[in-house]
Design a protein around this ligand. Structure first.
Ligand SMILES: Nc1ncnc2c1ncn2[C@@H]1O[C@H](COP(=O)(O)OP(=O)(O)O)[C@@H](O)[C@H]1O
Ligand SMILES: [Mg+2]
Length: 317
């Protein structure tokens, strides 16, 4: 059974003069022991989708339709306090900038104790907290507990944030660009940490990233988002070796890791994401796609086959 799923979820933001449709008819699910990656260029709705999944949408955002299920519960039909209780029990989040997760004037130890105390006072003590810090690769956990957030490097802060999330023993861990704010060395270390955690954490993991290496190293399945929609979803190997949607193909061919050395420039996808408050009819990628023809202006079919879905007139699953 899936731990977390969304069905036909749509989310929009109120903006001057209208609505910006950040997430459109997205259906995804993730099960225990599984890692789902959500990738796509900046502005495609990844963070909005993640925020909706954990009930943390900012003011001005609303869920326009769809279903969110957490451990089988139909979340949007429950009273808000009940939603909060269920999420508090089962979902933990790791953000891009680990600094924002911490209070600058309290020690790490105090914050982890407070944070976990609010969640479940009886279950943890200082030794458990230190053990978890050790597990995420903090070299001297006892010393770390006495430090303030600014005394740690970005990579160490992200380790502590991951430890804090895991101490909650969540069923789902959602990480939004967990390595983006880090330099390359730290990034690699956090990727390795997350990969190691896969063997000991039996919950579901959702990782939002625009970094293809993170997807390749960590994920079982990938959803590719473009202009608020999931344009392709597939097992990670299938997606990398046989991408079907023209946008997925374009993204993969722009990855710095696969570009031939010596060409002197990085390829990019020409054009820009359409204005999400004034979407074109038909396919949102048509204006940037090499395969576009007249059919692309009509509503786009979703093709499904063996573990894959593709939202395109011209490419089949
Ligand atoms: N608080 C907000 N108010 C209005 N528009 C927003 C807000 N947050 C995000 N958006 C818009 O929603 C779209 C999707 O953004 P986001 O979910 O952050 O994408 P991603 O995480 O893929 O970069 C973008 O067009 C962005 O400008
Ligand atoms: Mg984002």
């Amino acid at each position: 059974m899936s731990v977390l799923s969304v069905e036909d979820l749509s989310v929009s933001y109120r903006i001057p003069g209208g609505r910006l449709r950040a997430v459109r008819d997205v259906s995804l699910s993730v099960g225990r022991g599984e890692v789902l990656g959500i990738m796509g260029e900046s502005g495609c709705g990844k963070s909005t989708l993640a925020a909706a999944m954990i009930g943390l949408l900012p003011a001005g955002a609303s869920v326009d339709g769809g279903v969110i299920r957490l451990n089988g519960a139909d979340m949007l039909r429950l009273p808000v306090d009940e939603q909060r209780r269920l999420r508090g029990q089962s979902v933990a989040m790791v953000f891009q900038d680990p600094m924002t997760a911490f209070n600058p004037v309290l020690t790490i130890g105090r914050q982890l104790a407070d944070f976990i105390g609010a969640h479940d006072a009886a279950r943890h003590n200082r030794a458990d907290i230190a053990a978890m810090l050790e597990k995420v690769g903090i070299p001297d956990p006892a010393r770390c507990l006495g430090r303030y957030p600014h005394e740690l490097s970005g990579g160490m802060r992200q380790r502590v944030a991951i430890a804090a999330a895991l101490l909650m023993q969540p069923d789902v861990l959602i990480a939004d660009e967990p390595t983006t704010a880090l330099d390359v060395t730290m990034e690699a270390q956090i990727i390795h940490l997350l990969r190691d955690l896969r063997t000991s954490f039996d919950g579901a993991i959702v990782i939002v990233t625009h970094h293809l290496g993170v997807i390749a190293e960590l994920c079982d399945r990938v959803a590719v988002m473009y202009a608020g929609e999931v344009v392709e979803e597939a097992a990670v190997d299938a997606l990398f070796h046989d991408p079907r949607h023209p946008y997925t193909r374009a993204l993969l061919s722009c990855d710095p890791a696969v570009v031939q050395p010596g060409i002197g420039h990085l390829p990019t996808i020409g054009g820009r994401i359409p204005d999400l408050s004034a979407l074109p009819p038909g396919c949102a990628f048509a204006a940037r796609c090499a395969m576009t023809d007249a059919t692309c202006a009509s509503p786009v079919p979703r093709h499904r086959a063996a573990g894959r879905s593709v939202l395109c007139h011209r490419s089949k699953a």
